[in-house]
Ligand binder design. Structure first.
Ligand SMILES: [Zn+2]
Length: 703
């Protein structure tokens, strides 16, 4: 048993490095009547059972859970002479845990709204915005004095009164456009425009507002962090950055102020694959590759009706946390309400945290390793209204799922940092439909290809500049080896592509002569020598049924493939193949994507996994070894939670590349906790895994 003074957390307590040992988090969000009803001893027991080394606890904002002295900072009416925040901070510190204080500034009570109408967000018709879920309280303006002045006082008071390492801002970044006077004036000063009336991605006023909001929020984070550090130099203000990539922020400020990042994607909603926890982690890492990232997981379901006080199934909780661990995220669970009407979440959460504690000594110090990267198209997506952004991501989702089915490890690389130096980390990059790319971004990709890098791209990639202005031809036309011959088409029905000759990209389709094509496409013709493993079939009617036959032979590029002078490979697919795969789960399209990626890679992938099942694969490495994480997704509930039970898989056989200059000493399965035999042939090691319940970590240790 470790003595507390020997624990990794003890060595960084109250230092600027505190976050490096904050790797298992308990978050408790108090509700107003908790102070009179909750049992602190229960929570201390939870800290211990989950081996949590850090806590995030409600302190203030909408409701304070400590005796605040700031006028209009509403204190829980049930607080009496207690201090529930202070009590649990003290208990956590007794266990040498790191401490983060949560503030939520998104709403205020009516008395504060009356005293300071300028704190309240206004609707488009200039009326105070009443809270959508709680009548009688008001949504605050995130972009002006409420956050910049009042919340700064709250944050400073908490930092002064309590033994904390950080403040965590929840719902701090506003809820869409606010039409208050300060927003109107500040936005006009910055942009010359009146506040936007639409959220259309191509509307210049909306684009200007989105950019102004980014600048304002970035200033806010810098301001709060600076004020916290004046009180406690080792501490930070850490904003909740939601589930997507860091496209909402000015990256220089994240770099300076946020040593640790969090994905707030607390569970699956509606139809959502189990791998999406890992996907969001990869997207945050797409900008800051080496920053630790936590996955916030709710112990309840995350569906639209928001049963915030309920409990998710145990297997779903465990799988979500394991999905994060597979892709290098440390776990954080969140519970609303300190009183427990249903404790069925405790054991599964403890199980998943225990698994993390078991594998952390090996993978905790590792970084992700991949030879393939999907380019995260932040330049495109940041122009979209966050509520509609998923519609712009359908092609990306299809490529993601195809790579999961193909069992290929891959990372994301944000196009916001896409220099040739960053691209060089990878052998192959994928642009599923990166429609907006600047000339400089195109040049970085061109330089990467000139150096021998490989690219798989599809659909309207590079057809628009970074502002959304259409180009006459692809910015990457020379890289693709084609030019556009007519404008893109949407709402295409009944389209097909035909297999053409024999090529690895059209292998595996059995006796089929053609497969379904895009619902959107671009007509192109080659400008250089290239192969066309698929040709387009000219359109023909889909009704009356008697008319449903092709009138002309296959012609025109369905898939273009070429080998570059530098020895790399480029595949360009001039239709929305990712979207078709994702939306219709059309098996052929998944195969075509996997074939294209494997051909363009031009070598045996660094990891292969044989055996039946579906897995998310994550590869991690440091100087001492490599770890292959295999998440078992083989389950009828893979695409829609919640999981009721796990279905073990095995036997499986994995092969992994041994990097040049490394000699393999041992292979261990970290979850099964056993050494396993292995076979080495050339530069690869083969390992047999008899069974995987939910996840396994194959650890190769070098001599
Ligand atoms: Zn405002």
């Amino acid at each position: 048993m470790l003595k507390i003074e020997d624990s990794p957390a003890a060595s960084t307590l109250r230092t600027p490095d505190w976050y490096k040992t904050a790797t298992r988090w308990t978050q408790l969000t108090f509700v107003e009547d908790d102070p009179q009803r909750y049992d602190p001893a229960f929570w201390v027991e939870v800290f211990k059972r989950t081996q949590s080394n850090a806590i995030c606890l409600s302190a203030g904002g909408y409701i304070a859970y400590y005796p605040s002295e700031i006028p209009l900072h509403y204190v829980s009416k049930f607080i009496g002479d207690t201090d529930p925040f202070g009590t649990l901070v003290a208990e956590a510190r007794r266990l040498d845990m790191h401490v983060m204080a949560r503030v939520d500034p998104h709403a205020i009570h009516a008395d504060a709204a009356e005293a300071h109408p300028e704190w309240v967000s206004l609707t488009a018709d200039r009326r105070p915005r009443e809270h959508w879920a709680m009548p009688g309280i008001f949504v605050t303006c995130a972009y002006s004095s409420y956050n910049f002045d009042f919340m700064t006082k709250v944050i400073v008071e908490i930092a002064q009164k309590y033994d904390i390492d950080a403040l965590f801002g929840n719902r701090w970044q506003g809820h869409g456009v606010c039409y208050c006077k300060a927003c109107e004036e500040n936005f006009r000063d910055a942009s010359g425009f009146d506040l936007p009336q639409t959220t259309t991605a191509s509307d210049p006023v909306w684009q200007a507002w989105a950019a102004w909001r980014r600048t304002t929020l970035t200033k806010l984070v810098a301001h709060w962090d600076t004020e916290v550090k004046k009180v406690k130099p080792h501490a930070s203000f850490i904003p909740n950055m939601s589930g997507s990539s860091l496209m909402e922020f000015d990256l220089s400020v994240i770099k300076k102020h946020c040593p640790i990042l969090f994905v707030d994607h607390q569970g699956r909603r509606n139809v959502e694959p189990a791998w999406s926890a890992g996907r969001n982690g990869k997207r945050i890492r797409a900008t800051f590759r080496d920053r630790p990232v936590g996955l916030i997981t709710s112990i309840g379901p995350e569906e639209i009706p928001r049963w915030k006080d309920s409990v998710q199934t145990g297997p779903e909780i465990e799988q979500w946390i394991h999905a994060g661990i597979t892709q290098g995220l440390f776990p954080w669970f969140t519970k609303f309400n300190a009183c427990i009407p249903d404790d069925r979440w405790v054991q599964p959460t403890a199980n998943a945290f225990k698994l993390h504690a078991k594998v952390e000594p090996v993978i905790g110090s590792m970084l992700p390793k991949a030879e393939i990267a999907i380019i995260d198209p932040a330049t495109t997506l940041r122009h979209w209204d966050p509520d509609k952004r998923h519609l712009a991501e359908l092609n990306d989702m299809g490529f993601y799922h195809a790579l999961v089915e193909a069992r290929l490890p891959f990372e994301f690389l944000s196009d916001q940092i896409m220099t040739v130096e960053e691209l060089r980390r990878y052998k192959l990059v994928i642009l599923a439909n990166a429609t907006y790319l600047s000339d400089a971004q195109c040049q970085a990709l061109r330089d990467f290809v000139v150096e021998g890098g490989s690219v798989v791209a599809a659909h309207q990639t590079s057809l628009y500049d970074e502002k959304g202005a259409a180009r006459a031809d692809f910015g990457l036309a020379d890289v693709f080896g084609v030019k556009m011959t007519s404008a893109p088409r949407a709402n295409v029905r009944n389209s097909y592509v035909a297999l053409n000759g024999s090529h690895p990209i059209n292998a595996g389709f059995g006796t089929a002569q053609r497969i379904i094509g895009g619902t959107e496409d671009v007509a192109v013709e080659p400008t250089t020598s290239l192969e066309t493993p698929f040709l387009k079939i000219p359109d023909f009617p889909d009704l009356p049924m008697e008319e449903v036959y092709p009138r002309q032979p296959p012609q025109g590029v369905g898939v273009a493939a070429r080998t570059t002078e530098a020895g790399g490979r480029v595949v360009y697919i001039p239709w929305n193949i990712g979207e078709v795969f994702w939306t219709y789960m059309a098996e052929d399209q998944g195969r075509l994507i996997a074939n294209a990626v494997k051909w363009a890679l031009g070598k045996t992938p660094e990891v292969t996994v044989e055996g039946r099942g579906v897995f998310d694969v994550g590869l991690h490495e440091d100087e001492k070894g490599r770890a292959l994480c295999l998440l078992n997704l083989t389950n009828p509930m893979m695409m829609k939670g919640p999981l009721r039970d796990t279905w073990p898989v095995g036997p499986l056989t994995a092969t992994l590349e041994i990097p040049k200059g490394k000699k393999l000493k041992s292979v261990n399965l970290l979850v099964a906790d056993e050494a396993v035999p292995f076979r080495i042939s050339d530069d690869r090691v083969t390992v047999d895994i008899s069974q995987i319940e939910t996840m396994e970590v194959v650890h190769l240790a070098w001599e």
